[in-house]
Design a protein around this ligand. Structure first.
Ligand SMILES: [Zn+2]
Length: 108
């Protein structure tokens, strides 16, 4: 698994803060569809984020819909027979991320 390849896929940009992944800041691999929704640790389901952005993302994910949305997504995947780690599952999950209100932690 190449970290560089994962970063390249997003044009070396962090999805959360929209800034470059190239720099001094530590990076972390995030699972787009998280484990608890059935996401697998495979290349298609990975994205590279700044460590602080990743922390923020996971925090928002837990709070998402006061925690009620995640079981709904799980059920949606099940009912529609969508594999959470498939292309379709991943792009559906990414659509949900658009609702996340990321704080502007880097003061751009
Ligand atoms: Zn970032």
């Amino acid at each position: 698994m190449s970290r560089r390849k994962i970063a390249k896929r997003s044009n070396y940009k962090c999805r959360v803060c929209n800034q470059s992944l190239i720099g001094e800041e530590a990076l972390k691999i995030n699972l787009i569809v998280p484990n608890l929704l059935g996401g697998k640790e495979k290349y298609e389901n990975m994205e590279m984020l700044h460590t602080s952005c990743c922390t923020q993302h996971n925090h928002l994910l837990k709070k998402y819909g006061e925690g009620k949305e995640l079981p709904k997504i799980q059920k949606f995947f099940r009912d529609k027979n969508i594999n959470p780690s498939s292309k379709e599952g991943i792009s559906l999950m990414k659509l949900q991320f658009k609702k996340f209100k990321y704080a502007n932690c880097k003061g751009k």
